[in-house]
Design a protein around this ligand. Structure first.
Ligand SMILES: [Zn+2]
Ligand SMILES: [Zn+2]
Length: 424
């Protein structure tokens, strides 16, 4: 027998010492020699060793294994419990993990003190592998170590099976067709979401959000628990998002289904939110897309309606807009976001400003700028914190009244968005 030759008489002596501690199962005995002879299971190694010991006249104790406490005799419990939980979920790949109880860890340490851990593998490695093999066989799905759809956790403390479900990530673009909708759910500042008079007992700062509006239909399609929207930047609540829409990734948590027809899903979302929110171009992506979106450089095209406190002359307005066209502006953190951002002076690029219409007290403009330009302040001047500004150039207060994002162009990882059409 090749295995016996490889472990030699020295190894057999170690095995003999182990069996003197008390009854031990084939798995636990064989596992102490797991590094020797490939192509055998630990159980087979244990059987060979026990046969050799018996042949040399050793009397081996019978009864429950003192190391694993009978764990390997009860593999069927773990396999059937895992299978039962898994039937609810759609998945292609999985991985088995074990939370080993303190008692078994102590037993294993004790065993390694006697036997040395030179050729051994940990108990949980064997359990993971053996249960994994069986689950592969029963489900026809494969074990994957990198990014499994489901991690099956055998919790030996509680004797239960827990599942960790990988979220589904979907990229798309959204349009916001009416004002007053926030991008993500925004809990009430007064009550933190419990419900109070300020929020009309909704728990929300704003009754509707893009995230909230798309979550119902999408969670139903994927049979998921929760949904998080990661936007590629965000527009103000009072701004519409038009044109080709804003890129986003939704993360669907604990989906029971993960192979949904996305065109159908988009139709469900759009059907439920007519005139409010529309999604387009849905496609499956990996988790890494969330970080890419957050790092993305964006150029945005805005349409703003501006109101002047006192009438201005068209020639003055055109002169002021010429000054802002292509300008590098100096902007100290706007007063309205000071509560959540550091007070710094930043340089911002305004790529272009165009006059669309004008009637003496009001003007409609189209602006293109980098995502992080706060252009409400470009108009108002924010009490001198943004320089230059349309207010300062005209010598009369000017305010943005209405605002729409007409387009978002995205470049990823520092690529110049102006040269790139929609890389994300
Ligand atoms: Zn055992
Ligand atoms: Zn509230």
């Amino acid at each position: 027998m090749q295995f016996l030759e490889e472990i030699s008489s020295e190894g057999l002596e170690i095995a003999r010492n182990i069996t003197k501690e008390g009854p031990i199962c084939d798995h636990c005995l064989g596992r102490q020699f797991a590094q020797i002879s490939h192509g055998l299971s630990n159980e087979q190694r244990g059987m060979i060793l026990k046969a050799a010991l018996r042949a040399s006249g050793e009397a081996l104790g019978e009864g429950t294994c003192w190391v694993c406490n009978g764990l390997f005799e009860h593999l069927e419990y773990w396999i059937s419990t895992a299978l039962e939980k898994l039937t609810e979920y759609e998945f292609n790949s999985f991985l088995v993990g074990t939370k080993v109880s303190g008692l078994l860890l102590q037993n294993e340490e004790l065993l390694w003190e006697i036997a040395g851990a030179l050729y051994a593998e940990p108990l949980k490695a064997e359990l993971n592998r053996e249960v994994g093999k069986r689950l592969e066989h029963e489900t026809g799905k494969r074990v994957e170590f990198e990014t499994p759809d489901i991690v099956v956790i055998l919790n030996l403390w509680t004797e239960t099976v827990e599942l960790q479900i990988k979220p589904v990530f979907i990229y798309g673009r959204y349009l916001k067709l009416t004002r007053g909708i926030s991008q993500t759910r925004w809990f009430c500042r007064e009550c933190g979401g419990k419900g109070c008079e300020r929020c009309n007992f909704t728990g929300m700062m704003y009754p509707e959000s893009v995230e909230g509006l798309i979550s119902g239909p999408l969670l139903e399609e994927f049979n998921g628990e929760d949904l998080v929207l990661h936007g590629c930047g965000r527009e103000d609540i009072d701004a519409r998002m038009l044109g080709s829409g804003r890129p986003f990734v939704v993360e669907i948590k604990e989906p029971k289904r993960r192979q949904v027809d996305l065109q159908r899903a988009a139709e469900q979302v759009n059907e439920a939110n007519r005139g409010k929110v529309e999604v387009r171009e849905l496609q499956y992506v990996g988790r890494e897309m969330v970080a890419k979106l957050k790092d993305a450089q964006m150029d945005k095209l805005y349409r703003v309606e501006v109101e002047f406190r006192s009438p201005v002359r068209e020639t003055d307005l055109k002169k002021a807009l010429d000054r802002l066209n292509g300008a590098l502006i100096e902007q100290q953190t706007p007063t309205r976001v000071l509560h959540r951002r550091a007070d710094l002076v930043r340089n911002r690029n305004v790529y272009s400003v165009q006059l669309v219409s004008f009637d003496g007290k009001q003007a409609a403009l189209q602006l293109t700028c980098r995502s992080n330009a706060f252009f409400k302040e470009l108009i108002s001047g924010d009490e001198g914190r943004t320089r230059p500004s349309l207010s300062a150039l005209l010598g009369t207060p000017a305010e943005v009244r209405v605002l729409d994002v007409l387009d978002v162009k995205v470049g990823i990882h520092g690529e110049d968005a102006a040269d790139r059409e929609d890389v994300c």
